[in-house]
Design a protein around this ligand. Sequence first.
Ligand SMILES: N[C@@H](CCC(=O)N[C@@H](CS)C(=O)NCC(=O)O)C(=O)O
Length: 199
Amino acid sequence: MQLYWWPKTRSLRALWMLEEVGEPYERVPVNLQQGGQKDPAFLAVNPMGKLPALADGEAKLAESAAICAYAADKFPEAGLAPAIGDPQRGRYLHWLFFAPACIEPAFAQKFAKFEMPETSAGWGSYDRVFAVLEQALTAGPWLLGENFSAADVMIGSDLWFGIEVFKIVEAKPAFRAYVDHCLARPALQRALAIDAAGV
Ligand SMILES: N[C@@H](CCC(=O)N[C@@H](CS)C(=O)NCC(=O)O)C(=O)O
């Protein structure tokens, strides 16, 4: 597998996921400052010209949540997704999709300060997204109770970004405890070290 990445970007989510999986992969730097994302060879992997992206033989894909789902399904022995047919699969998919469908636009709304009627905004509102998430994380330790999954990689990295990097999410006790659980995972520590070391 080749992971197209660049430090200090959303690539961290895929990096963390591949470190959780523990299978060999190669990091291919795509220099966003020098327009590497517009290179035709990279656009063949992700026509959106965005990171992260993954190539695995003939399989080429982007979108962090899709990369997490792909890696979890390809390596079931890593135990990062409930199997098809397992009732927990429903909530797993719910939270995996919640990250790009609700958290990302809620962040964008907070940054850009735009208003939309809650009934037509797919994420409702920033407050609704984080109230629902707080409720989901209160029991802990993970979104699926005792079972860590790829959904935690997506939501955990978003909350980490929101609280510690962007500082736009209030570190409510349930969020703080959850992010601390995430930070205690050796795979996230390895991903953060790779990210900090740069290319
Ligand atoms: N929906 C994508 C978003 C990826 C994204 O926006 N990546 C940014 C870096 S954080 C990027 O590659 N920007 C380069 C560009 O748009 O030119 C995902 O979740 O993976």
